[in-house]
Design a protein around this ligand. Sequence first.
Ligand code: MN
Length: 413
Amino acid sequence: MTLMKSWVASANSADTPFPLNNLPYGVFSTGNDAPRCGVAIGDMILDLARAEETGAIVLPKPAFKGSNWNAFMDMGPAIWADLRAQLTTVLGENGNTALPLVAQSDARMHMPFAVTEFTDFYAGKHHAMNVGTMFRGPENALPPNWLHIPIGYNGRASSVVISGTDIIRPNGQTKAPDAAMPQFGPCKRLDIELELGAIVGTASKLGQPVSVAQADDMIFGYVLLNDWSARDIQAWEYQPLGPFQAKAFATSISPWIVTPAALAPFRTSTPKREVDLLPYLHEPKPMLFNIELAVTMAPAGKAATTIAQTNYNEMYYSAAQQLAHHASSGCAMSVGDLIGSGTVSGPEKSARGSLLELTWGSKDPLTLDTGETRTFIEDGDTLTLEGAAKGDGYQIGFGTCTGTIKPAPKFLA
Ligand code: MN
């Protein structure tokens, strides 16, 4: 696969995240207009609501009257392929130059889909080993179930926000190891988790499991996902039911949904199994993707420093395996379900996808390019995730997923 040419000039570059090969789906607005569906192409957005109204894009029934992609997702994979084929034609070299385009610089991005539910997994082995070592010691680092089950917890859909939304530092209950009593107040160990989010595009029925192959077909697309984490709250609350308030306050996602069709040339298998998985979790074909990921940190008003670089291909379980496991009990999966991959960390120190790991629990502070040091996130800091699959003379970019930390609210006890 090489760069596919578009009549939109800015799409024909090795550097654009959004060439014709990509065609990611988002929701945007300009001025005081209502948010509507669009497709990124180069530095422009194709206004799909207008394109559908004018007959430039025709689906079996209208899909873009609303302000998110849920109605379109529910139409299923045949219609997903239909739209991509039409877009590839009309935005191609000999396409329709009368299409309604809007400059991305004039647009504001909104949540691309209504998040029905959010589940976060823990499927990166390097991350699980690092965190487990810090929380429980090296001999108990990997829980006994970890190599057999993609471990997850049911998170909150209500606090999933679009990139660019300020993140308010949470208050919570914490307890220092040597303290007699816990205390309540602003989180002191605020962290990121570099993840990929998979969006469920077709529902499964209550009581009906799905195979890993079926699960792979149910995934509408992927976004960058920052699972903001309050480590001091987490350490006190997490046993025995897992994270709760430490993760419930905010999750950020990038605005553009990158489709499996765009990522197809970058499919890769999960790493070699250390113990055989039970048959219901077997991967029938490569289901991870080779996606380069990075994190930057910028103190208020200052330049950003890259603090981590890794790759989604490090994950031990794919989103399809996680989804199949999720539905295996009979749990119904809905259109708009968001599945967090778990923190993506590589084997090297520079490839760790959380500050907890990068600073080894604050024992080894980071020095930023500005000369400042950090253990965890301070008020005013901006954390940004970036991601792209790199092809031959083109890339499938995700854009960015960013958030700036605001002080914790005063809490009147
Ligand atoms: Mn997470």
